[in-house]
Ligand binder design. Structure first.
Ligand code: NOJ
Length: 545
């Protein structure tokens, strides 16, 4: 990489940083999500791996991120690419070894990057030793680690529960003549979190990884941990329910979203609180409303440190809905809680560069600037920093298909584009596990040599956050602005404006543009009226607040 060092910090900003850090490294920090199978392949088998990640840490340091979230790394038969875990205390052979993992943690720490480990508590793989034992007999040692029910009349399903993939949440086990429950695929049997032994197993698993010096964990599908002990039928979906539930036809009320799940989150919080420095607990709170999401912060200090804002992720990229979502999120957060913002995922929602921006470079720049200037921890999805879009893959290839949405997840999981060369710098294999996008359109090598690139925009925004505390940790106050635009203050002197409309807009402010999506406007002085062209966004050091 180019030899640029991180931005210089003032003593004052170091103090503010230090106090923010005492409350968690993610406050004011930025997380980068890399999908490990697709990020960097060191051994030429077409699959990304841990050594590949170690080899590329200099890039992440150059970019200026604080945390690196990696999707599950544990052994798995890969029916759901690692989200079906067959051993919670080991590393998937395709990814490397536990030693590689420890080296990754240490090498990342040298660069002030914390590893965020993805843990899947709600279900195991059907190949996990617990489940193999559980299905061996009704009286087996691990039977009650899972959720079993006798068939209904004439062998029917125990009740009407559907899973998140839009199919029945029950599969019949011929050997023992009962149904087992699964909130995802039949290869992902649901763990029985009412069982104290399951809770204790996970305390040990959590400790096992936290003790390795990671920066924290991302906990998968936490809303799906507990089920209704009376196995009541789910009610029909209404207009108030999520689009997913409306399509499935029922509200996932009794197989998920049980209120006692918060007790489990508090248990994890107490466990993580014993570590110094503080470890991040990031909850994948896949719930349809902000009101439900904020409950996972508990009183603001006793549940998750960060939660998954599905409503933001699924918002149209338009000023009015975004404004409402940002305002509501920050208003409903308990005191002391800290938001997280992600625009892209490895799941159905896919890449914001495609879904929000239609691949239009100016719009992609606005999306990145918006994401990196909200109050909270931004989560950058790998490749978004170079404006990588989802290639048209023709037909579904490798991903587990979301039966309910019918959408393949492959598009957002294609290999990282490092350079315009065969294998895109991702692999030396001629057969990457997923097809490559067009690396000649977007790649790290070309963009790192071009100060006007989206990669440099992202890097410069991250550098600015490090030296300009208002931007990293300052309060956010939305201000009224013309149709199609969004504008807000951060702290005393940061002002952000984004024009997502189709025509030029004038916004009242004064100060100096620090970063504009059109980099030729950096340093421009604004006396009273900021003129923003369509699909243009700025960070201003304002003198008018
Ligand atoms: C959420 C993960 O992001 C997704 O990829 C997975 O399929 C489900 N949880 C089930 O683990």
């Amino acid at each position: 990489m180019t030899g640029h060092s991180r931005g210089k910090t003032t003593a004052n900003s170091r103090n503010q940083r230090a106090s923010a850090a005492r409350r968690g490294w993610w406050r004011g920090g930025v997380i980068y999500q890399a999908y490990p199978r697709s990020w960097s392949d060191s051994n030429g088998d077409g699959i990304g791996d841990l050594r590949g990640i170690i080899d590329r840490l200099d890039y992440l340091e150059w970019l200026g991120i604080d945390g690196l979230w990696l999707n599950p790394l544990m052994p798995s038969p890969d029916h759901d690419w690692g989200y079906d875990v067959s051993d919670y205390k080991a590393i998937h052979p395709a990814m490397g070894t536990l030693d590689d993992f420890d080296e990754l943690v240490a090498q990342a720490a040298r660069r002030a990057i914390r590893i965020v480990f993805d843990l899947v508590p709600s279900h195991t793989s059907d190949r996990h030793a617990w489940f193999l034992d559980a299905r061996s007999s009704k009286s087996s040692r691990y039977r009650d680690y899972y959720v079993w029910r006798r068939p209904g009349p004439r062998g029917s399903l125990p009740n009407n529960w559907m899973n998140y993939f839009g199919r029945a949440a029950w599969s019949f086990d011929d050997g023992t003549g009962e149904y087992y429950m699964h909130n995802f695929s039949p290869h992902q049997p649901q763990l029985n979190w009412w069982n104290a032994e399951v809770r204790e197993e996970f305390d040990r698993i959590l400790n096992f990884w936290l003790e390795r010096g990671i920066g924290g964990v991302r906990l998968d599908a936490v809303q799906a941990l507990l089920y209704d002990k009376q196995f009541r039928d789910n009610p029909p979906a209404t207009r108030a329910d999520s689009d997913k539930e409306r399509r499935i036809g029922q509200r996932l009320k009794y197989n998920a979203n049980h209120p006692d799940v918060h007790r489990i989150v508090r248990r994890w919080h107490s466990l993580a609180a014993q570590f110094d420095p503080q470890r991040l607990l990031l909850g994948e709170t896949w719930v349809p409303s902000i009101r439900q999401m904020v409950k996972y912060y508990g009183n603001g200090t006793d549940e998750f440190d960060l939660t998954w804002n599905l409503t933001f992720l699924r918002s149209p990229f338009a000023s009015r809905p975004l404004r409402q979502i940002i305002e509501l999120t920050l208003r409903l957060l308990p005191d002391d809680a800290w938001a997280a913002w992600a625009a892209s995922t490895h799941d159905d929602e896919g890449r914001a560069t495609t879904r929000w921006c239609g691949g239009v470079p100016a719009t992609i720049r606005c999306a990145m600037l918006l994401l990196l200037t909200l109050r909270g921890t931004p989560i950058i999805y790998y490749g978004d920093e170079i404006g990588m879009t989802e290639p048209l893959l023709g037909k579904m290839r490798r991903a587990l298909r979301d039966e309910e949405s019918g959408r393949s997840r492959d598009g957002s999981r294609t290999p990282m584009q490092w350079k315009a060369a065969p294998g895109a710098g991702f692999t030396s294999s001629t057969q990457p596990w997923l097809p490559l996008g067009d690396a000649s359109v977007a790649n790290v090598e070309t963009q790192s040599a071009d100060r006007g690139s989206v990669l440099w925009l992202v890097r410069d925004l991250l550098a600015l956050r490090r030296t300009f505390d208002d931007l990293a940790v300052g309060e956010l106050a939305l201000v009224s602005s013309p149709a199609g635009t969004l504008a807000w203050h951060r702290g005393k002197s940061a002002f952000i404006a984004v024009n997502l409309g189709t025509s030029m807009r004038r916004i009242r402010t004064s100060g100096q543009i620090l970063i504009c999506t059109d980099r030729t406007r950096d340093q421009e002085y604004v006396a009273e009226w900021l003129e923003l062209r369509s699909r243009e966004a700025v960070v201003v050091r304002s003198t008018s607040r």
